[in-house]
Design a protein around this ligand. Structure first.
Ligand SMILES: Cc1cc2nc3c(=O)[nH]c(=O)nc-3n(C[C@H](O)[C@H](O)[C@H](O)COP(=O)(O)OP(=O)(O)OC[C@H]3O[C@@H](n4cnc5c(N)ncnc54)[C@H](O)[C@@H]3O)c2cc1C
Ligand code: FES
Length: 263
C-alpha cells in the first residue's frame, strides 16, 4: 500500500450522476487485485477532511467509477485533468479467484447500482482465466444501467433487471439469480446495496453455492485504525478477541457471505 500524489488523466461524466476518473498511479494499478479499493482525498483543502473510499474499477491505468452523492464526490467531480490528487492504496482484501479452472466452473457477478464498480475488474480477471461469466445488472431504471458494454466486450453473458421494467426483467436483480439453474461449481460474486446482498446470500445458502460479497461501510481511516467500519460475523472474527467483529476496510471489503451476520 502506498500514499501517492496521482495525476488525474481524465474525469468524465458518463451518465446522470455517474463519473469515471482515470489516474496515473502505476504502483497501485500494478499491484491491485479485483475487489480492493483506494482512499482518495477529494479536495485539495480541508473540506471534506476525510478521504473517501472507492473500488478499483479497472487497473490498466487506475480507474474509479463513482456516483456523486455528497460533498466529497461533488468536489471530486469538479477536479480537472492535470491536477494531482492524494490516493492511498491498494487497500483491503479482494475477491477470491479460483486457481484451478475446470470446465464445470462458472462465475455469476451480481451488481446493484454503483456496486458494478469493482465487478468490471473482476470480470477482466475471470476472462483472462477463461472462466465462463454471467453478469446480472440491477438498476432503478434503463438510463442508470452501468457497464453493460464493458462486460459484453469481455464476452460475458449479461442480463438486466430494472425496478421500473424499462429494460430487461421488471424487479430486483436477486430475482434473476433465484430463477437460474446453477451447477455446484458456480461461484457468485456480488456488490451493491445491503438488502440486495442479503437476498443473494439467502439464495446462495439455499443452493449451497459459494458466494462472496463486497460490503460498503462508511469509512474514516480505511486502514484498520479507527474501528469505524466493524461488521458482525459468525464465530469469533479475526479481531476484537471473540467479539465476533471484523473490519470492512482491513478484513474486507470482500467477505465470504456465509461468515456474515445480516441484521
Ligand atoms: C470499500 C468501499 C468501496 C466503495 N466504492 C465505491 C465506488 O467504486 N464508487 C462509488 O461511487 N462509491 C463507492 N463507495 C461509496 C463511497 O465511498 C461514498 O459514496 C462516498 O464516500 C460518499 O462521499 P460523499 O462525501 O460524496 O458523501 P457524504 O457527504 O459523506 O455522504 C452522503 C450520503 O451518503 C451516505 N454514505 C456515505 N458514505 C457511504 C458509504 N460508504 N456507503 C453508503 N452510503 C454512504 C451518507 O450516509 C450520506 O447519507 C465505496 C465505499 C466503500 C466502503
Ligand atoms: S475505516 Fe477505520 S477501521 Fe475501518
Amino acid at each position: 500500500m502506498k500514499d501517492i500524489k496521482a495525476k488525474i488523466l481524465s474525469n468524465k461524466k458518463i451518465s446522470d450522476s455517474y463519473y469515471k476518473m482515470t489516474l496515473d498511479a502505476p504502483y497501485i494499478a500494478k499491484t491491485a487485485k479485483p475487489g480492493q479499493f483506494v482512499q482518495i482525498r477529494c479536495s485539495d483543502g480541508l473540506d471534506p477532511l476525510l478521504r473517501r473510499p472507492f473500488s478499483i474499477h479497472r487497473a490498466k491505468d487506475l480507474e474509479i467509477l463513482y456516483e456523486v452523492i455528497g460533498k466529497g464526490t461533488e468536489v471530486l467531480s469538479e477536479r480537472k485533468p492535470g491536477e494531482h490528487i492524494d490516493v492511498l492504496g491498494p487497500l483491503g482484501n479482494g475477491f477470491g479467484l479460483p486457481s484451478a479452472v475446470s470446465s464445470q466452473l462458472s462465475a455469476i457477478l451480481v451488481c446493484g447500482g454503483i456496486g458494478v464498480a469493482p465487478l468490471v475488474f473482476l470480470a477482466e480477471e475471470l476472462a483472462k482465466k477463461k472462466i465462463k461469466t454471467t453478469v446480472l445488472i440491477g438498476a432503478r431504471t434503463k438510463n442508470l444501467i452501468l457497464c453493460e458494454k464493458d462486460f459484453k466486450d469481455l464476452s460475458a453473458e449479461v442480463h438486466i433487471a430494472t425496478d421500473d421494467g424499462s429494460c430487461g426483467h421488471k424487479g430486483f436483480v436477486p430475482e434473476l439469480l433465484g430463477t437460474r439453474d446453477m451447477g455446484q461449481e458456480t461461484r457468485v460474486y456480488a456488490c451493491g446495496p445491503k438488502p440486495m446482498l442479503k437476498s443473494i446470500t439467502a439464495i446462495c445458502r439455499k443452493k449451497e453455492l459459494m458466494c462472496e460479497v463486497s460490503l460498503e461501510e462508511t469509512m474514516a481511516c480505511g486502514v484498520g485504525v479507527c474501528l469505524g467500519c466493524a461488521v458482525k460475523v459468525k464465530g469469533q472474527g479475526t479481531r476484537d478477541k471473540g467479539q465476533g467483529c471484523e473490519l470492512v476496510c482491513k478484513d474486507g471489503p470482500v467477505f465470504d457471505a456465509k461468515d456474515l451476520i445480516w441484521k
